[in-house]
Design a protein around this ligand. Sequence first.
Ligand SMILES: Cc1cc2nc3c(=O)[nH]c(=O)nc-3n(C[C@H](O)[C@H](O)[C@H](O)COP(=O)(O)OP(=O)(O)OC[C@H]3O[C@@H](n4cnc5c(N)ncnc54)[C@H](O)[C@@H]3O)c2cc1C
Length: 310
Amino acid sequence: MKRDAAARLDTLSQQLGSHAVRQGSLAKYSMAGIGGPADLLVIAHDRETLIQAVVGARALDLPIRVFGGLTNCLICDAGFRGVAILNQVRGYRFDADYRLHAESGAIIAPIARGAVGRGLGGLTWAVGLPGTVGGMVVNNAGAFGGETSSNLVAAEVLNLEGDVMQVEPAWLEFEYRRSRLKGSSEGWVLLSAIFQLRLAEGAHLQTKADEYTARRQRTQPPGRTLGSTFKNPPGDYAGRLIEAAGLKGKRVGGVMISERHANFFINDEHGTAADYQALICLAQTEVERQFGVHLEPEIEFFGMECHCGG
Ligand SMILES: Cc1cc2nc3c(=O)[nH]c(=O)nc-3n(C[C@H](O)[C@H](O)[C@H](O)COP(=O)(O)OP(=O)(O)OC[C@H]3O[C@@H](n4cnc5c(N)ncnc54)[C@H](O)[C@@H]3O)c2cc1C
C-alpha cells in the first residue's frame, strides 16, 4: 500500500477512535469464517458512527464498503483494501399502523419472528433468513415466494455528498436478488427501511413460520456457509445441476460442496477463500460442460474475480 493511503487510513482510524481497528479480521464476522483483514475495520454500533465513517472515508478518498452480516460475501484471503464498515446499528420498532421501522444493521430473523408473534404478516418468509436489513434490501432477498420488495414502502439512503435521502421503492429499482444499491459505483449506503405489514391470523403465521424453519433445517446444511452460491438459472435449480454433475461432497482444501444441498458450500476444515473460489470454478465449469448452462454466482466477491466456466 502507498504510504499516503496508509497515512489517510491512520487519520480515519484516529477520528473514529475505538470504533476502528487497523488490519481487523473479517473472517471473524463472516458467516463462512473466511476472509483476510481489512486495512481499516470499523464497527458501527450507532447511526452517527456509521455516517461519520462513510463521510470521513470519502473525504479522505478511501475506498469503502458497508457490510451487514457478511452472509453473502466472499472476501479474499489477502483481505479488503480500504475501509470495511460493519453495520451493527440494530434498532427497530413496530408502529400502530403495522409498519416496521428498521435500522439497516438490524438482524432480520428475530424481527421477522417478532412480526409473526404480533400477528403481522409480510415478513414471515424471512424467519430463517441470515443477515441484516441492509443486506436484505440491497439483495432484494427472498424465499418461499416472499421478497423484500413486496413490503418495503420507504428507505433512507446516504448519498455520496453525505446527505440523507428519503427514497421510494421505485427508486431502488428492485430486480431478482438485486437492487440499485447492489455493487453501486455511486456508493449509496442504506441507513434504514420501512416495511408495511398487515394484520393476520397469528396462529396461521406461526404455522407458516414453523413450516419454513423446518424446511430450511431439512434442506439446508448447518455450518459455516454463504448460503446459495449460485442464482437459479431460468427454469432450473443450481443445486440440482451441481448434483447432476456429480459434485455433491466434492472438496477443495477445507471447503466442501454440501451433501445435503449442492448449491451450499461449507467451510468445515479451516477453508480459505481460494478453496471456496476453486470449488465455484469447478461447479461452473462442470455444469457448463455437461449441461451447457452457465451458473451465475449469487454471492459477491471482494478482492477476487471469478471468470471460470465460460
Ligand atoms: C444459510 C444461508 C441461507 C440464506 N438464505 C437465503 C434466502 O433464503 N434468500 C435470500 O435471498 N438470501 C439468502 N441468503 C443470503 C443472505 O442471507 C441474504 O442475501 C442477506 O439478506 C444478506 O444480508 P447481510 O447483512 O449478510 O449482507 P452482506 O453479506 O453483509 O452484504 C451483502 C451486500 O449488501 C451490501 N450492504 C449490506 N448492508 C448495506 C448497507 N447498509 N448499505 C449499502 N450496502 C449494504 C454489501 O456491501 C454487499 O454488497 C442466505 C445466506 C445463508 C448464509
